[in-house]
Design a protein around this ligand. Structure first.
Ligand code: GRE
Ligand code: ZN
Length: 320
C-alpha cells in the first residue's frame, strides 16, 4: 500500500564544509559512516532514498548549525550556507527541499534571513538548534524571528543540540565517557528540546504570533506522553482556553525522526491527532532501513497512511 504513496522525510541532515570547519568538535561522537553521508548530495544520499522508497528529503544542517556563531560573522556565514544549500537543492529539485539556518545571535538579521530563505531561496521554513549562544530561544530578544515566521507562514523546526556545559557537567559527566550518547539522542537532547518547547509556551509568544507553527522531532521529545500532567499542573482557573494542551495542540507538529515505536506513535495520535504527526528519519544519524521497515508494520488506514507519510508535510510546508 505505502509503495503508491509519496514519502517525505523532513529531519534529514547535511553539513556545510565551511561551517563545520569553523565549529570545533563537530565530528565528536559522529561516525565515519555518518560523516561521509552528511557531505553527500548525490549517489549516497539519493541512492539510499531510492533503495528505501524515500521520495523527498527536506534538508537541514546538523546540530548545532549556526546557533553557536556570533555577530556579523554568523549573519554572513548563514547567508553563504543557505545559498549553497539552495544550489544543491536546485540540482535535484524533485528530491530535495530545504529548511534554512538563521543567525539567531542577531535576531533582526535572523528574521530577515528567514524572509530571504522563503522568498528568494524557496525554502520551506527554518531549523533552530538548541540555545543561541547560551540563551533559550523563548527569550523576547528572539521574538522578531517568531513574528516573522508567523507572518510568512514559515514553520520553525526546533532541533536538539547539546545542553549548556554546566548542565552536562552536573547531570552527565560521570556517565558521558562510557555512554557518549547519553548527552545526545539517549536523553540529553530530549530534555533540552522539551524544555525549550515548554518555555516557548510559557513565554506567551503564541499569543503574539497567532500563525506560528513549531515542529518537534523525535515523536515530540516526550511531550505527547507528558501532555496531561503538564497541562494539569500549569492550569490556571478561568484560563482553560489558554492552557498548555490547547496551545501545544494548536501550534506544534511532531515528526517520528529517530523514534520508530508504535506505542509512542499511538500515544501521540491520541493526544495530538494524526494530522499533526509526520514521518521523518533523521538520516544519516539514523539509517533509512529501520524507519521504512517500521512503516511497513503500521496498521493505519490508507487515508491516514497517506497523511502520515507525506500529506501532512505537504500541507504544512506547502510542497507542490
Ligand atoms: C547528532 O550527533 O547530532 C545526533 C546523533 C544521534 C542522533 C541524532 C543526532 O549523534 O542529531
Ligand atoms: Zn536530527
Amino acid at each position: 500500500m505505502y509503495k503508491t504513496m509519496q514519502v517525505v522525510a523532513l529531519e534529514e541532515h547535511y553539513w556545510d564544509a565551511e561551517l563545520s570547519q569553523k565549529s570545533p568538535g563537530f565530528e565528536a561522537s559522529r561516525s565515519e559512516w555518518q560523516m561521509k553521508r552528511l557531505f553527500d548530495f548525490d549517489e549516497l544520499r539519493i541512492g539510499e532514498m531510492d533503495a528505501n522508497g524515500v521520495d523527498v528529503q527536506v534538508l537541514s544542517h546538523g546540530a548545532p548549525s549556526i546557533q553557536r556563531m556570533k555577530g556579523q560573522e554568523a549573519v554572513d556565514l548563514a547567508r553563504r550556507c543557505n545559498d549553497r544549500l539552495a544550489e544543491q537543492i536546485a540540482r535535484h529539485p524533485t528530491r530535495f527541499y530545504g529548511f534554512g539556518m538563521l543567525p539567531t545571535d542577531v535576531p533582526d538579521a535572523a528574521a530577515d534571513e528567514l524572509q530571504r530563505c522563503m522568498r528568494d531561496l524557496n525554502f520551506r521554513g527554518a531549523m533552530l538548534h538548541g540555545q543561541s549562544n547560551g540563551v533559550f530561544l523563548d527569550n523576547q530578544r528572539f521574538w522578531p524571528v517568531f513574528e516573522r515566521a508567523s507572518a510568512l507562514g514559515a514553520p520553525i523546526y526546533l532541533h536538539p543540540a547539546t545542553a549548556d556545559p554546566r548542565v552536562t557537567e552536573a547531570y552527565y559527566a560521570d556517565y558521558v565517557k562510557a555512554f557518549p550518547m547519553v548527552v545526545r539522542p539517549a536523553w540529553g537532547y530530549t530534555v533540552e528540546t522539551a524544555t525549550l518547547a515548554i518555555r516557548l509556551v510559557l513565554s506567551g509568544v503564541f499569543e503574539r504570533c497567532k500563525d506560528l507553527q513549531i515542529i518537534l522531532g523525535h515523536m515530540g521529545e516526550t511531550l505527547p506522553y507528558q501532555l496531561w500532567r503538564i497541562d494539569q499542573a500549569l492550569a490556571r482557573p478561568g484560563q482553560e482556553e489558554m492552557g498548555f494542551r490547547k496551545i501545544f495542540c494548536d501550534h506544534f507538529h511532531i515528526t517520528t525522526s529517530g523514534h520508530f515505536s508504535t506505542p509512542a506513535l499511538i500515544c501521540a495520535m491520541m493526544e495530538l491527532g494524526l494530522d499533526r504527526i509526520m514521518f521523518s528519519i533523521d538520516w544519516p544519524f539514523v539509517p533509512n532501513e529501520p524507519a521504512m521497515d517500521w512503516v511497513k508494520t503500521l496498521q493505519l488506514n490508507e487515508t491516514d497512511m497517506r497523511k502520515f507519510l507525506g500529506g501532512n508535510a505537504r500541507r504544512l510546508l506547502r510542497l507542490p
